[in-house]
Design a binder for this molecule. Structure first.
Ligand code: PLP
Length: 387
């Protein structure tokens, strides 16, 4: 029999998102009448906005005539979209269109970028992080190390050498963002160690704190050692459409990733890219902001709700997520099961994001206002009855 990739076995199915999702699915099947509301979702609950839909309808029609048909060729994204991304977000930092890549999701991008680096490179992750960085690196047979986080869930700068550092800010799952000061420390580390920072910035549109930079390139020096990833998924409901982008400065790869991309990717969907392009229209920007604000309002509501119940809660101001400490000594999977079985509320057990996450659970503001309020009401009633 052909030998399988042993590294894939390092992905622990017992503690991943899939285990939690399987548990909920099984519970639903066994209790078809149960009323279940979810605070666990990482998906959006608001539909794609009209200007984007209109642009995609036109794009579909483009494909119906050979005069406007678009096939292979736009490996790094269609020109107009890369230009729009550049003008709206990155020209101010001195980048060129050549350094912008459009792709089909930050989830694959975060791992695919590892193909740029030598397989022996040592990869560093915070011990509580978006699990895809770890599992994606395992799937590619890479060596992964973790660093502890401080009381604000910011990864501590190590003394040892690492080649590639992942930081997600604003963070999934903690809902907190790295401040300018935090990021300066990390950029100084990358400079000193000649390391590269992969900066996952997909929740950028949720930032409201003054001391949190919207882009890593606001900090001088980042342009020579940081790759920034963004996505249309959460801000513009592209979770099913799929369109993302990243800046890979020529100072890092001298254009090498272009060759890799031509050989490994045939570009994001034309229709999705035309939809993404419409996101930069003035009317679209307003609607996107409105949707983001609705998720932020849910997060603020949840934050107050948990705080009123005496929980220790982080996040929710610069990201749609809240990171909540579990009262008592319950492990996070047991607590997740208990909330589901007792009151029909779904949260994400912290262990999904690393062993150090086990005393916590994650909730999100991505639900509708109605389900968010219902879930919080059930949790409040549950604790009132325990008192
Ligand atoms: N990065 C982070 C931190 C995320 O939380 C998510 C989705 O939950 C993604 C990336 C995935 O983005 P995309 O939908 O563009 O693949």
């Amino acid at each position: 029999m052909v030998a399988l990739n042993k590294q894939l076995k390092q992905i622990n199915p017992e503690t991943g998102f899939s285990a939690a999702a399987r548990y909920v699915a099984q519970y639903r099947a066994e209790h078809p009448k149960a009323s279940i509301v979810s605070l666990g979702i990482g998906d959006v609950s608001r539909p794609v906005i009209k200007p984007v839909l209109n642009a995609m309808h036109t794009a579909v029609d483009d494909l119906g005539s050979m005069d406007t048909f678009q096939g292979y060729g736009a490996y790094y994204g269609i020109d107009e979209l890369r230009e729009a991304i550049l003008q709206h977000e990155y020209a101010q930092f001195g980048f060129t269109k050549d350094e912008i890549y459009v792709s089909d999701g930050t989830k694959p991008d975060a791992t695919n970028l590892l193909e740029l680096f030598d397989a022996r490179c040592k990869i560093l992750l915070p011990e509580i992080c978006y699990p895809i960085y770890r599992n994606g690196a395992y799937a590619m047979g890479r060596k992964v190390y973790t660093a502890p986080v401080d009381k604000n869930f910011v990864m501590r700068v190590p003394k040892e050498h690492f080649d590639i550092v992942y930081i997600c800010s604003p963070s999934n799952p903690t809902g907190l963002a790295y401040t300018r000061k935090d990021l300066k420390k990390w950029l100084a580390y990358c400079k000193r160690e000649e390391a590269v920072l992969i900066f996952d910035n997909v929740y950028e549109s949720f930032i409201s704190s003054e001391d949190v930079p919207h882009s890593i390139y606001e900090i001088p020096g980042a342009e020579s050692c940081a790759i920034e990833l963004r996505s249309f998924s959460k801000k513009a409901s592209f979770t099913g459409l799929r369109c993302s982008y990243f800046v890979l400065p020529r100072a890092i790869d001298g254009g090498l990733f272009k060759e890799r991309t031509i050989n490994r990717f045939n570009g994001a969907s034309y229709v999705a890219q035309k939809g993404a392009l419409a996101c930069f229209r003035k009317d679209a920007l307003r609607l996107i902001q409105k949707n983001v604000q609705a998720y932020k309002d849910n997060a603020a509501f949840l934050k107050h709700g948990f705080q009123d119940l005496g929980f220790q809660v982080a996040g929710g101001e610069d990201a749609p997520f809240l990171w909540v400490a579990i009262p008592g000594n319950t492990d996070s999977f047991a607590y997740f099961k208990m909330l589901l079985e007792e009151i029909g509320v779904v949260v994400v057990p912290g262990i999904v994001f690393g062993k150090a996450g086990d005393g916590f659970f994650r909730v999100s503001g991505f639900g509708s206002a109605k389900t968010t309020k219902e879930a919080m009401k059930r949790i409040a009633n549950y604790y009132a009855n325990q008192a």
